[in-house]
Design a protein around this ligand. Structure first.
Ligand code: NAP
Length: 233
């Protein structure tokens, strides 16, 4: 059984998750940050694509003392395992995600990653090799499952989320829609990649909740019939 995958993204009113220059923008507010931190605290791992690491340099650590205390009380590492999907192992060694905060890291590469780059990263992270070109996300999920990872929060970006949706690996999606228009046809969205062509291939969603948070709205979706249907663990 694959891990249960929850995507969380903040987008503008026009569906953009950053600017056309891929510059990080503040879309949600304090109240939503607290929600996201709590969502993270309940997960075994947080996953991002290398595009997000290069664009935003996030640390993906637990921010609030409340969530840190909660995880410690459960005997868990303060920070969930941080997973980076990076087929050619191009992550900079100085990235915040590899250096800030205690906890485990996993870098998922493919067989096209250079062996010397992989060995140089081994002191910072567990390396999983899956796939020949891009990372084989299904094989990666199998491997993560065998490491005891049951619940993953995916923080983006749009290319990774599209890949996960395409592989039928997403169970739930939270989208916070903020009160601004970013615009730009090249600005990233929730699901970039090549796009789904046939209507029959569109991932279909069921709305679980729509809630106002400050000046924005939170939509909570369940993905209908992803490859794995039930939460594990
Ligand atoms: P991304 O989704 O973070 O990473 C995509 C990269 O992952 C691919 O280009 C590829 O790079 C690698 N990858 C390897 N195997 C893959 C597979 N099977 N499927 C998909 N990707 C695979 O990058 P992005 O689309 O450029 O998104 C970054 C943007 O999203 C930034 O502008 C950031 O600010 C924004 N963002 C916004 C939010 C939000 O909530 N508003 C959250 C996160 C990110 P390689 O070929 O090198 O492996």
């Amino acid at each position: 059984m694959h891990p249960y995958v929850v995507v969380n993204v903040a987008m503008s009113a026009d569906g953009k998750i950053s600017t056309r220059e891929r510059r990080q923008v503040r879309i949600s507010g304090e109240q939503d940050f607290i929600r996201v931190d709590r969502l993270k605290a309940g997960c075994d791992a947080i996953m991002v694509g290398i595009g997000t690491v290069l664009a935003d340099d996030p640390s993906l650590t637990m921010k609030s003392e409340e969530c840190r205390t909660y995880r410690k009380a459960l005997g868990l590492d303060v920070n969930p395992v941080r997973i980076i999907v990076d087929s050619s192992a191009r992550i900079p060694h100085g990235s915040a995600i590899l250096n800030k905060g205690e906890g485990k890291r996993v870098i998922a590469v493919s067989r096209r990653a250079d062996a010397t780059k992989i060995s140089a990263l081994k002191n910072k992270s567990t390396i999983i090799i899956a796939g020949d070109e891009d990372v084989d996300l299904t094989a990666l999920m199998d491997e993560l499952s065998s490491m005891g990872i049951r619940r993953i929060m995916v923080e983006g970006g749009g290319t990774l989320i599209a890949g996960l949706l395409d592989a039928g690996l997403v169970n739930e999606i939270f989208t916070f829609i903020g009160n601004m228009v970013i615009g730009g046809k090249a600005s990233p969205t929730l699901a970039d990649g090549g796009g789904f062509i046939k209507e029959s291939s569109f991932p279909r969603l069921s709305l679980l909740e729509a809630r106002r948070i400050g000046e924005g709205i939170l939509l909570h979706w369940k993905v209908n019939d992803p490859e794995q249907k039930e939460e594990t663990g």
